[in-house]
Design a protein around this ligand. Structure first.
Ligand code: AMP
Length: 195
């Protein structure tokens, strides 16, 4: 199953994506995590990305797309994947549509995870990440509304809207139900982890 999860920062995307992909045995492809790994490893890409991330801005599309193409071309992504944090705007979505069409592997589902603003802000401040300054938080929320939310219309009927307010378990159950994956069973061989 090829999916993506979108939602504002603090909605719980990372937590839910980690759990869901572990259960389905598909890779969790988080562009934020990939950038952070590059920063930790001191790569050229990491140095470039850091300047944008610290300012709460998006890393240029071309740079991000090259990184995503590289990740999705790895063998473990052949059985499906969950994109988290990508695409962030319709240009990236257009690029992704082209990539996936080329390989005849369209996105099946888009999980839209939402929560009230006060919950989002509280969770974000708790998280205490280096790029979670008040200014950066505000800028990222603005970017989400202006650039990322239009993806809901872009993906139309593929979108399943999930209320992200509640415990991790409650939200996870909502996702499972909405995807029609009730119980521990998943379609096809998606539960295999040995690729
Ligand atoms: P995240 O962990 O998803 O909140 O991402 C952290 C930061 O990485 C963002 O604030 C951006 O600077 C950068 N980033 C992550 N995903 C993307 C993307 N799809 N396009 C551009 N920049 C991104």
């Amino acid at each position: 199953m090829r999916m993506m999860i979108i939602g504002p920062q603090g909605a719980g995307k990372g937590t839910q994506a980690t759990r869901l992909t572990a259960e389905l045995g598909i890779p969790h492809v988080s562009t934020g995590d990939l950038f952070r790994a590059n920063i930790t490893d001191g790569t050229e890409l990491g140095t470039l990305a850091k300047s944008y991330m610290d300012a709460g801005q998006l890393v240029p599309d071309e740079v991000t797309q090259r990184m995503v193409a590289d990740r999705l071309s790895q063998p473990d992504a052949a059985k499906g994947f969950l994109l988290d944090g990508f695409p962030r705007n319709t240009q990236q979505a257009d690029w992704l549509s082209g990539e996936l069409a080329h390989h005849h592997t369209p996105i099946h589902r888009v999980i839209l995870l939402t929560a009230p603003d006060d919950v989002l802000i509280e969770r974000m401040l708790d998280r205490g990440r280096a790029d979670d300054t008040v200014e950066a938080i505000r800028r990222r929320l603005d970017i989400f509304h202006a650039e990322t939310l239009p993806l809901v219309e872009y993906y139309g009927e593929k979108v399943v809207k999930i209320d992200g307010y509640g415990t991790v378990d409650e939200v996870h159950d909502r996702i499972i139900k909405a995807l029609g994956l009730n119980g521990s069973e998943s379609p096809g061989n998606a539960a295999r982890t040995d690729g």
